[in-house]
Write a protein that binds this ligand. Structure first.
Ligand code: PLP
Length: 410
């Protein structure tokens, strides 16, 4: 097979517009609801409740804003330790710090690449006082919510669920975004559906939803003038952005089906290579397949060394590494990405606690040494990568992407 660089870049995950978005944006314009109030906002909140199966949804400017509100609702105060998913985007944990909380990271399990309930149990033995647990569903794959829920119930802890990457994914038939007390979704530009930006706080608690409506609009009291008794935020979603989200919602299932087809083609196409796809619980869950990822077998890893800013590798016949594959993809004008670097390996969080199945742990080194036992998050980061997963990628383009990867192992 002869392969040439793509003329049009193949993206990791880019927005896919359908036309209805423009109609609702135009409606906002023509009715002059160019504000954080309007029909699009009301409608996307209604649609979200219906789709996800929650009682209340509050449209906000970003998923990060929704997480901030969730952390506030959960009652995190200065100095409180909060258990957080470790292998996630930093927006999952930063809001804990906005409130003065101290994230303690929980290592990852190998079945879904999410928070390990065994490590979480260990963490509660070490820090029984913790009252809030923030969980994410990495790349749209639901985590072990039953096990985590049971542990949190036992320790009287509240779950904040970050479903930013997993809108539309289900676990035992229920949508992600319904497992925590306070939950969040995102409409960032690279998510499964997008508003160009935006997010939502989801909950079944009316009081909580009302508080977020108030806090996110500068916490105005009911008075003839600007009256303030609490700290406010300017976090409400724009009615224009809501128009984009409204137009996208009808295409959520279609996007998921396209992403799933991409994942399945990769899975089939990589048979025979020393790699596996990011795993999920096939019996109990249906991911939204937002990003397709690859994990290279330990024996098939060539030497790769990562500093804080750069990576080097030594090419070897029959072996490869994420750095080599990502470089080759870039050469051919396709966008991949390293696995989200675990939070416990991030310089900003280097002093925070980190709990593995074995108890307390820290990252020892950034150099990958084959066979060395690493914590799970670090191991997946070393051997894994996100593949081009754009729903507009054609079968032909995907074949070329797979051929590029195959050649790395020659
Ligand atoms: C995208 C993302 C967020 C943040 O959402 P924004 O809308 O970009 O603020 C939070 N958590 C995870 C896991 C994400 O992927």
């Amino acid at each position: 097979m002869e392969i040439r660089p793509f003329e049009k870049k193949v993206w990791l995950s880019s927005p896919t517009m359908h036309g209805e978005e423009l109609k609702y944006i135009t409606e906002a314009y023509e009715t002059n609801w160019m504000s954080t109030v309007g029909a699009n906002i009301n409608e996307v909140e209604r649609i979200t409740c219906e789709k996800v199966g929650c009682k209340y949804a509050v449209a906000l400017s970003a998923g990060t804003a929704a997480l901030h509100m969730a952390v506030k609702l959960a009652g995190v105060r200065r100095g409180d330790k909060v258990f957080c998913s470790d292998m996630t985007f930093d927006a999952t944990v930063n809001p804990v710090v906005y409130e003065g909380g101290v994230p303690v990271f929980i290592d990852t399990e190998r079945d879904t690449w999410n928070m390990d309930p065994v490590a979480l149990e260990k963490a509660f033995e070490i820090y029984p006082e913790v009252k809030v647990v923030v969980i994410a569903h990495l790349y749209g794959v639901p985590g072990k919510v039953d096990e985590i829920g049971e542990i949190c119930d036992r320790y009287g802890a509240v779950i904040v669920e970050d479903a930013a990457e997993s809108l539309g994914a289900t676990y035992k038939g229920a949508q992600t975004g319904t497992f925590g007390k306070y939950n969040c979704i995102s409409f960032n530009g690279n998510k499964i559906i997008t508003g160009s930006s935006g997010g939502m706080l989801l909950t079944d608690d009316k009081d909580a939803a009302d508080k977020v409506r108030k806090w996110s609009t500068q916490a105005r009291e009911n008075a003839p003038w600007y009256q303030h008794e609490e700290l406010g935020y300017n976090y409400r979603m724009s009615n224009v952005i809501a128009g984009v989200v409204r137009g996208q919602y009808g295409h959520l299932e279609e996007h998921i089906a396209q992403k799933k087809a991409i994942y399945m083609r990769y899975k089939e196409g990589f048979k025979g290579l020393p790699v596996m796809m990011n795993p999920y619980d096939e019996e109990n869950s249906e991911p939204n397949f937002w990003l397709s990822c690859l994990l290279i077998d330990t024996e098939a890893m060539c030497r790769q060394v990562r500093g804080e800013r750069e990576a080097l590798y030594i090419s070897e016949p029959g072996k490869s590494c994420p750095t080599e594959i990502l470089e080759k993809l870039a050469e051919y004008n396709a966008e991949g990405r390293p696995i989200w670097k675990p939070m416990h390996m991030q310089p900003i969080y280097r002093m925070n606690g980190f709990v593995t199945r074995e108890g307390n742990g820290r990252a020892r080194t950034n150099a990958y040494i084959a066979g060395e036992s690493l914590d799970v998050g670090m191991d997946i980061f070393e051997r894994g990568l996100c593949l081009p997963s754009d729903n507009k990628m054609t079968v032909g383009e995907q074949d070329v992407v797979m051929e590029i990867v195959r050649r790395c192992f020659e």
